[in-house]
Write a protein that binds this ligand. Sequence first.
Ligand SMILES: Cc1cc2nc3c(=O)[nH]c(=O)nc-3n(C[C@H](O)[C@H](O)[C@H](O)COP(=O)(O)O)c2cc1C
Length: 182
Amino acid sequence: MLNILAISGSLRAASTNSALVSALARNAPTGCRVAVHDGLARLPIFNPDDEGDRTPDEASRLIEAVSRADGVIVSCPEYAHGVPGGLKNALDWLVSRDAAIDKPAMLAHASPRSLYARAALAEIMRTMSFALYERAALEIPLLGKKPPEVEMILGDEANQRAMREAVQGFMDFIRASAASSS
Ligand SMILES: Cc1cc2nc3c(=O)[nH]c(=O)nc-3n(C[C@H](O)[C@H](O)[C@H](O)COP(=O)(O)O)c2cc1C
């Protein structure tokens, strides 16, 4: 059984990215469990002086969750052509730890735009030594949709299949990464 951690980069109550990661969790293929990490709003702003013994509990929770996971899926909005501060802050807490090193990671997209944020996030995660799965991209266009329509789109049979296939591809990548490093 593979354990995947899914993180949404949006704190909005009606977030389309959060809805997408929840749908990925509900539709996880056999042989895999997708858990959503929702602690980004509680993380203090990263400060390298607060690492080691002084690491805040919420940052430790994130670091442990990423360490334990076999892979990480991130779905995030774009703000002013950039990665949202809350998500970048969470990633900053992981920079000087081992948690991200060679950790398989996949991006999912809830907007057909956000091309700057996609490129920036991929660059940040590669720089942090995540093993980024780039062969296939999952994009379910939910931009501007209200929750009832979002749930309808995410409940659509073809979209559910696309989600399962994307996670299945990521699971194969995780297994291949594990095999090549052993
Ligand atoms: C302050 C702000 C700035 C934004 N800037 C951009 C942008 O530069 N490019 C873009 O494609 N979308 C931009 N958007 C739109 C969001 O990326 C889009 O609404 C996203 O799907 C919201 O995700 P969520 O539903 O998970 O909160 C912006 C939205 C906000 C609130």
